[in-house]
Design a binder for this molecule. Structure first.
Ligand SMILES: Nc1nc2c(c(=O)[nH]1)N[C@H]1C(S)=C(S)[C@@H](COP(=O)(O)O)O[C@H]1N2
Ligand SMILES: [Mo]
Length: 341
């Protein structure tokens, strides 16, 4: 079998912060200032009034020495956005924009962490259409703009915990998945939501290799999908998603391992049956449908008790449900979290 097992060689190399991140830092700061200035005049940013004076908070790097410095102080845009106003109240520094956008998992563009940023320029995120069908009263095919425009975009800072034991803190921009689901009116039979990534080897050359059974598919139980923390993201750091982060539309489910947060979505289907999801099909012993972050249930080949936050050297304990237990644990009441991993 030619299955590339998730994380097989990433763990060791991810113990240390890549030198490149430090090497590129100075160059990035100059570029970020320009980007931030550009972002300040974009209409989508104006919709979420930035509040000056919070940058101190973001600059408090909490020992990381990295986060919160991805934009130049005094520029509106990345740095001065009032990220603290988001729903999730994380008292943690943000992972730098450069790390969020150059250290990625997106196997459609290669299996190395730096491959997506290098290769994803072949993806054309506009025009883009998204089909919503299955057990819904209002199936439809939307242009991206029509899909997104009825919703008010909000910025939310979430932890992202990859199953490979690294993590980030990311300010996403998007809208609750629940709002989209309500809009299409699920029938009484709907129990799950299946999500599918674009399948086009011309745009996604990694799909020419049998790493996974393409296209990438993910799924949630309907009640998980309706949870207010589940987000359909169109942006990060107040700007449109870069291709490598799943442009133009991706899922973000912060209490689950990162592989649930499927990128570059073209199809949502409401179903009666549990969807066959890409990683659970590829390696069912290692990846379950639920994939809730759980420090007590180890991956068969490594511990999930601790994680490395990008930009920080010391490992930290992994939190139950990635720190969102209070909000989501009732979804799993009575479930055996060891069996239903
Ligand atoms: N279509 C698709 N979606 C995907 C992946 C992928 O390979 N293909 N990788 C997943 C994994 S393993 C993680 S950790 C996150 C990473 O998101 P990021 O690169 O924006 O940090 O995307 C997830 N979504
Ligand atoms: Mo991941």
């Amino acid at each position: 079998m030619r299955i590339h097992i998730h994380g097989s060689d990433e763990i060791r190399s991810s113990e240390i912060t890549p030198e490149r991140i430090y090497m590129n830092r100075r160059r990035f700061v100059g570029r970020a200032a320009k980007l931030a200035a550009a972002a300040a005049v974009s209409p989508s940013l104006l919709a979420c009034a930035p509040s000056p004076g919070r940058s101190e908070e973001l600059s408090d790097s909490g020992g990381s020495g990295e986060a919160g410095r991805s934009g130049a102080p005094g520029q509106s845009g990345i740095q001065e956005r009032d990220w603290s106003a988001v729903r999730s109240e994380l008292d943690e520094p943000l992972t730098r924009y450069e790390d969020v956008t150059t250290y990625n998992n997106f196997y459609e563009f290669g299996t190395g962490k730096e491959d997506p940023a290098k290769n994803a320029h072949t993806l054309r995120p506009r025009p883009w259409s998204i089909a919503v069908d299955g057990e819904v009263a209002r199936p439809a095919i939307y242009d991206l703009e029509d899909f997104v425009s009825p919703h008010r975009l909000e910025d939310r800072v979430y932890r992202l915990r990859c199953v490979e034991a690294w993590s980030m803190v990311v300010p996403w921009r998007g809208f609750p998945l629940a709002d989209l689901i309500r809009r299409v009116e699920p029938t009484g039979k709907a129990r799950f939501v299946e999500f599918t990534t674009l399948h086009d080897p011309e745009q996604m050359p990694g799909q020419r290799r049998g790493v996974l059974d393409w296209p990438y598919v993910e799924g949630l139980r309907l009640d998980e999908a309706m949870h207010p923390l589940a987000l359909l993201a169109t942006g990060v750091y107040g700007r449109d998603l870069p291709n490598q982060n799943g442009a133009p539309l991706r899922l973000v489910v912060p209490w689950k391992y990162g592989f649930k947060s499927i990128k570059s979505i073209v199809h949502l289907r409401l179903t009666e049956e549990m969807p066959a999801t890409a990683w659970a099909v590829a390696a069912p012993r290692e990846y379950g449908f639920f994939a809730n972050v759980n420090p007590e249930v180890d991956h068969p080949r490594w511990s999930q008790a601790r994680e490395r936050r990008l930009g920080q050297l010391r490992k930290r304990p992994t939190l139950m449900f990635n720190g969102y237990a209070e909000q989501v644990e009732q979804l799993y009441a009575g479930m055996d979290l060891r069996r239903s991993f």
